[in-house]
Design a protein around this ligand. Structure first.
Ligand code: NAD
Length: 413
């Protein structure tokens, strides 16, 4: 059995943060803790093991029950077969997730990561390109969820029926020299059509928008849902998790901290200077020189371009984006499953500033956003306050561009 468990993978991350009496407590790692004879250094994310495995499970992709089942299967060969069958055949919860754009650079690794979740019973893969091969490939993974493929516009409605969470990475990615706004015209139409179908087929689903420019595509989605009479601002999210993931990584590297402990809230929007990491709110508390603040802020803001340039024409961030999006899906599923301690940053309808949409930390619950967390915006440093003042007009323009696009198309229709 040990050999069949070689390179067992599980996922965990600092997804959840204790929130006590209006102030955020220290980040609480909730990932599965794996111990092995030759375990790799732990980090916030995938943990690979190269030898036999025992699990002390928290919650995450391999949740508590799944982790315990896995542990037993290692310990007792006689019971192994039935327990493994039970684990593999019965997801811990039965949520359905649809990915629109599942054949793409983000869609494929994202599908794989979600296939590993014990909270998912069905994974619907939709793309205008043929997604059958991706689905066939994934369906051989012996994790509980069933994988179904849907190709082309005629199959879009069926891909959405009964779904709890829809993730949208459909669209074109940024090429060198392109800004996120260059993508606007291509992706605005794709998001609009996708959200129209969501409104008609699964209006209660959580909607996670990855397609850029998120600052505009989220307001577009809101307009479409309003036009359809099914807008619930608590369930519409722009996925900015990659900004948080990058901020956590870069800060941990710079300050030599354990990755799993680091939490940096990132607010504002999701492009260039509109991405504002609040380094003064880093947990655990850590001090930065002015030079470090400037260097880290600029690196976090330009991290997407770092990847676009390194890929030299082959697209933008896909693997780290898939990781970040999977974390956000997992957080949403845990909230839907009744976990009362789930916090993430996301670009959402907001009243924390004068802007109608704004990225901040939010508390997730069964019905979507339970609360926006204002405390991160209080007591900003002079640098952060200035950066916030500077980003607002640009973010306002991106939001208005999205709203105007959706309203114009509605009038034309
Ligand atoms: N939010 C973020 O942090 C973030 C980070 C990176 C990339 N992105 C964005 O994610 C999007 C996808 O990036 P990618 O690298 O996966 O691109 P990609 O070109 O590799 O994949 C896009 C996929 O979408 C599919 N598609 C196109 N039109 C569609 C439609 N109408 N319905 C369904 N599927 C459709 C394509 O066939 C393709 O498989 C881009 O808009 C990119 O800018 C966002």
């Amino acid at each position: 059995m040990a050999s069949t468990l070689a390179a067992t993978l599980s996922i965990g991350s600092t997804l959840s943060f204790g929130h006590k009496s209006g102030s955020l407590a220290q980040p609480k790692p909730v990932g599965v803790r794996l111990t092995s004879h030759a375990s790799l250094a732990s980090f916030s994310g995938l943990k690979a093991t190269t030898s036999s495995v025992s699990c002390e499970a928290g919650s995450s992709f391999l949740g508590k029950e799944s982790g315990v089942a896995l542990q037993r299967s290692v310990a007792n060969k006689a019971q192994k077969q039935s327990q493994r069958l039970q684990y593999h055949l019965q997801p811990r919860a039965s949520f359905k997730v649809a990915i629109l754009g599942a054949a793409g650079g983000i869609g494929q690794p994202l599908s794989l990561l979600i296939k590993m979740s014990p909270l998912v019973s069905a994974l619907h893969l939709y793309d205008i390109a043929n997604v059958k091969g991706v689905a066939a490939d994934l369906s051989h993974c012996n994790t509980p969820s069933q994988v179904l493929d849907f190709t082309g516009a005629s199959e879009l409605p069926n891909s959405l029926k009964g779904v709890n969470v829809v993730v949208i990475p459909a669209g074109a990615s940024r090429k060198p020299g392109m800004t996120r706004d260059d993508l606007f015209n291509i992706n605005a139409n794709i998001v609009m059509n996708s959200v129209e179908a969501i409104a008609d087929n699964c209006p209660d689903a959580f909607i996670h928008i990855i397609s850029n420019p998120v600052n505009s595509t989220v307001p577009i989605a809101a307009e479409v849902l309003k036009q359809k009479g099914v807008y619930d601002p608590k369930k519409l999210f722009g996925v900015t998790t990659l900004d948080v993931v990058r901020a956590n990584t870069f800060v941990a590297q710079k300050k030599n901290l354990k990755l799993i402990d680091v939490d940096v809230p990132v607010i504002g929007g999701h492009a260039g200077i509109m991405i504002l990491p609040l380094l003064s709110k880093t947990r655990p508390s850590v001090s930065f020189t002015d030079e470090e603040v400037e260097e880290l802020t600029v690196r976090i803001q330009n991290a997407g371009t770092e990847v676009v340039e390194a890929k030299a024409g082959a697209g933008s961030a896909t693997l780290s984006m898939a990781y970040a999006a999977a974390r956000f899906v997992e957080s949403s599923l845990r909230a839907l499953d009744g976990d009362g301690d789930v916090y993430e940053c996301s670009f959402v309808q907001s009243d924390l500033t004068e802007l109608p949409f704004f990225a901040s930390r939010v508390k997730l619950g069964r019905k979507g956003i339970e609360a926006l967390i204002p405390s991160d915006l209080q007591g900003l440093t002079e640098y952060e306050q200035k950066a916030l003042d500077v980003l607002k007009p640009e973010l306002k323009a991106s939001i208005e561009k999205g709203i105007a696009f959706a309203q114009k198309r509605a009038v034309a229709a």
